[in-house]
Design a protein around this ligand. Structure first.
Ligand code: PLP
Length: 389
């Protein structure tokens, strides 16, 4: 049994990130500036989207996107319930109603037919999630949204490096067509991190300009442009905005992380393959199923479903063996406030609820060794067999 605790996740940060932050600190410009501009450029290139707007979190990104779309009371937004609560919170905080679509039990991806069935004349947007780093099935989701004349907001919080049918998350379906709005997260558990941070990508020039206003008080030019050489200090505000601009200190970390992301994701994929090999014959554990369309998985999370024993007992047995785990996610339609306000209840979404009872996210981060994965697999085998320590 190992003495040290193996956490669910640990950010892959090294001396290059430390040096980038130090350089930014020494430069005399620490809030949004050249490093933010660089990170936005990297995202435009990586996704193929013409606009990238850096923000303080994916949640902040979602807030300004829903605001810029004018979503408010009386409107509905369709999304899976199997997602992080921040999405639902942001919909509700705008005064709108979240409506939930079921997922596929095996892949945990939102079912396009279920999402399409939730679209009504009140629906103002759909938010599919690229769950755990595999892409949602965007083509039929886009087709349904196009028929309704509403935008698709890709929740790409798990999807830096994810590819759907040859197109990166946040990218255009074909070079000649506009794509979706997409939101990425740089929280420390994610595939790249800036401590906290996020990025919105989009296609429409006016929409991007609106996001930039909402990100920073409603002021058209950020402080870097006003106080830098050749800038003018004047400004006007036509609409009040929020304070969601990413700082250069954070963006400096993101720039280094994006240089490394292909290698980091390749290591995640190796670890995932090792989990599949190590757990393939363990009874009472359902392994993640692959989505049935062309894709590249960024392996943000490795989520098993415990079916052969009590889930809390399983988590406790792993904790006894010094292994940390996560729950991604308790279904949103069963959160107390969502039930109370919107009347959602057990039985609404059978696959989400079945999955929700069994899901456990296993440790997965690039700094893990092969031996760490083997240790977790052995700990799981012992746990399901009821081996006492
Ligand atoms: C699916 C999903 N959406 C949105 C978010 C919010 O990201 P952030 O923490 O950057 O606000 C998360 C974060 O865990 C997430 O998992």
């Amino acid at each position: 049994m190992r003495d040290d605790f193996l956490p669910l996740s640990r950010p892959a940060l090294g001396e290059e990130e430390v040096a980038a932050v130090a350089e930014s600190l020494r430069s005399g410009w620490i809030t949004s500036g050249p490093r933010v501009a660089e990170l936005e450029g990297i995202f435009r290139e990586a996704t193929g989207a013409p606009h990238a707007v850096a923000v303080t979190s994916a949640t902040a990104g979602l807030h300004i996107v829903l605001s810029a779309l004018g979503i408010g009371p009386g409107d509905e937004v369709a999304t899976p319930s199997m997602t992080f609560a921040s999405t639902v919170n942001q919909i509700v905080l705008r005064g709108a109603t979240p409506v939930f679509a079921d997922v596929d039990y095996g892949t945990l991806q939102v079912r396009p037919d279920a999402l399409a069935a939730r679209i009504t004349s009140r629906t103002k947007a759909v938010i599919p999630v690229h769950f755990a780093g595999a892409p949602a099935d965007l083509d039929p989701i886009r087709a349904a949204a196009d028929r309704a004349g509403i935008p698709v907001i890709e929740d790409a919080a798990h999807a830096v490096g994810t590819v759907y049918k040859g197109v990166p998350a946040g990218g255009p379906p074909r070079p000649d067509t506009p794509g979706n709005i997409a939101i990425f997260s740089f929280h420390p558990i994610k595939n790249i991190t800036t401590a906290e941070g996020g990025m919105v990508t989009c296609y429409d020039d006016a929409f991007a300009a609106r996001l930039r206003l909402l990100r920073f008080h409603g002021i058209e030019r950020d402080a870097w442009q006003r106080y830098g050489k050749g800038g003018t200090p004047h400004y006007d505000i036509r609409e009040p905005g929020y304070k969601y601009n990413l700082t250069d200190l954070h963006a400096a970390v993101g720039v280094v992380q994006m240089r490394k992301v292909a290698g980091l994701n390749a290591r995640r994929a190796e670890l995932a393959r090792r989990y599949f090999a190590g757990l393939s014959r363990v009874p009472g554990i359902d392994l993640p199923q692959a989505v049935p369309y062309a894709h590249s998985h960024s392996w943000h999370l490795f989520i098993v479903k415990v079916t052969g024993m009590d889930r809390d007992g399983f988590i406790g047995a792993l904790a006894e063996r010094n292994v940390g785990v996560g729950l991604h996610f308790p279904p949103c339609h069963l959160l107390s406030y969502v039930r109370e306000r919107f009347g959602t209840r057990e039985g609404d979404l059978p696959d989400t609820e079945r999955a929700g009872k069994g899901i456990v996210s296993l440790p997965l981060f690039p700094g893990m060794s092969d031996a760490d994965v083997d240790y977790v697999c052995e700990a799981i085998r012992e746990s399901v067999q009821g081996v006492r320590r």
